[in-house]
Write a protein that binds this ligand. Sequence first.
Ligand code: ADP
Ligand code: MG
Length: 794
Amino acid sequence: MAPPKARRKSSARGNDVRSLKRKRDVEDLEKLQQQVENLDPKSTQITDFSDLPLSHPTARGIEASHFKTLTDIQAKSIPLALKGKDILGAAKTGSGKTLSFLVPVLENLYRQKWTELDGLGALIISPTRELAIQIFDVLRKIGRYHTFSAGLIIGGRSSEEERKSVGRMNILVCTPGRMLQHMDQTAAFETDNLQMLVMDEADRTMDMGFQSAVDAIVEHLPKKRQTMLFSATQTKKVSDLARLSLRDAEYVSVHEAAASATPATLQQYYVLTPLPEKLDTLFSFIKSNLKAKIIVFLSSGKQVRFVYESFRHLQPGIPLMHLHGRQKQAARLDITSKFSASKNSCVFATDVVARGLDFPAVDWVIQLDCPEDADTYIHRVGRTARYERAGKAVLFLDPSEEEGMLKVLEQKKVPIQMTKPRQKKQQSIKNQLQNMCFQDPELKYLGQKAFSCYTKSIYIQKHKDIFNLSSYDLEGYAASMGLPGAPKIKFLKGDDSKKIKNAPRAMLSSDVESEAEEGSKKPKKGEVRTKYDRMFERRNQDVLSGHYSKMIAEDEPEKADDGLVDADEDKDFLSVKRVLSVDGDSSEDDEEAAAGPAARVIEGIGRAPIVIDSKRKEKLLKSKKKLLKLKEKGQKLVFDDDGVPHQMYELEDEAAFHERGPIEAQRAKFLEEETARTKQADVDDKQLAKDKKRQKREKKKAREAAERDGIDEDVAPQLVDTGEDPLALLASLPLDGEEEEAPAPAAKRPKRWFEDASDEETKAPKKKKRRVIEAEDEPETLEDLEALAAGLLQ
Ligand code: ADP
Ligand code: MG
């Protein structure tokens, strides 16, 4: 490692100092290497970070971050990892797993003298953006004295610059979908050199939701590397280990022998609350814990939004927040940091924050909706009682869930005891909710969505012995939300229920309802639609309630980002719980995925982040494509007999023009020809219009006849369809040389208030069928009145 002679320009003295330092560095490094080799993880007693053979930059970074003694998992796994072993690390929530992999990442690259030129050395995969950000923050803290470049690749944003810088990163923290996108699309991105792959919350990153993305990422990586998997609910599934080509990995578990799977400092309770009492109990609980920091878990984003919106109106006296995967990334970040910083507040959240997040000093974790399984339970309650702190958790159970849930919790060694809400403090908010829903149709609409989301989430649960939809008091639940009756649930009627039940979740997740369409209301197959839904849709389309549009808008933009689906989807059906990736489908929390743009790179430890807006870029990309399409069309040329190409319209040679006679005569002749042509066209047009009118009349008659026979009761659309459409004529004007063409397709008409894309005339019979499915038994007078009114407004 002698310095190159050619560069010796500075003073001889400065040079000596430098080469001396370099020599010392080399010696230090060799010493460190030796120490690591000599390290015997089994026999050495290691309690403090200072007992470990660590480089100066890491040791200083750890000290500056005020870490001194190692936690159990750190003491067990770091020595092995320093020696290059593959690790399967299992330790309770909040026990310090993050440092268990970050320290070895820094050290092992350091000892290999990794530089910017070596490219990507370590890749850390997280199932959610928030967790990735948190890991990245810890990396920046303890890695502040290193010179590695490190980046964050998560959904939500993107840019060309990111693309450029991603190739220069030594360490990347990422979510799977977005990472894969870069591997596929960024040419300068070399992964051949990679030394270490880390998966945090490994059981989650390895599960179905991320399977295809993770597999594809791993395919890009060299087989010979160090792999480390960490989770509080680690699995040793052989198939997973094979997928990652783990080489005789060390299984490091610090709680396997422990009495419980949850932290000893965590007190866990459950309350038996029949579904209709749930909101009352929650509200009463919050009211009597106004000085606490509380996380409330719900099963879907819709549930989160409804409870958040309604409780906000009730002003319990504690700051309320809400978090779910369909919020804009910026809002999500803002809320997570606000909640982190707050002393007393209550956040309603989906499982998007169930894993890994280290909010400081959370007092209570409330599970309002029962978790889908014991692992989810363990991760949710793990948001409190972290690193030796105390914490409390309450699980709300419907009596029908009690037996089954307690059984699976016991199997997983979760100590939980029953408690009862204090009757004295119990208050009912049913009347208030009812009033609010009555006065605020948007809230009611949200409530209906939340209700159907909840029921669907129960319906698709895999633990059928815990969740049995027929044993819940759904009517009572709807009433407790302030809804006028439970929205009808189509899948309960049974026609396609079997299909839903048997379909793999991955498939279910994909197409049932894409959130973005929520605003436009085009019902899809399998969606539960009620009369109320339709009523409110109309209102939203025409009367345009600003507040409601905002509520909806808040959620929609995320859609484009998603590729994979993650756990807590709030897309109605399937998204309610964990959802799985379907190629090209949208997801939520890892979100990003292939199609989804969006990433954010922060270059260089300790340096300011470069943030780029991905959506804009994506749009640009799209429009460029469009542009390309246009360009590729090229020009239409005509060839003459000699094969010489000409433009379609070429300026005539002046001499040739004069040859054909005097200008005036030519003009008169041209006018005459054109007049005759338009006359003929007029006649054709009139005939066409007549035909159309006749067709419409016939259709109307047929419909009326059918109606008299009681076949179709859907009156509203006819009201408009019968009248002559003034635009029909325009739309049906034949183009030159197309006189024989059929009347222009109805699609050219502007859409009317009741229409959606499938409402075109041509598809009328289909529409009829769909309507029949949706229709409720109740009389539709109000709706019809509304329809009429809206028609008149138009
Ligand atoms: P896990 O990933 O196991 O859930 P984290 O790595 O998020 O846990 O750590 C939980 C908390 O414990 C964090 O706030 C972290 O700063 C703290 N922590 C981790 N290791 C130590 C340590 N050795 N000493 C003190 N605090 C630690
Ligand atoms: Mg963690």
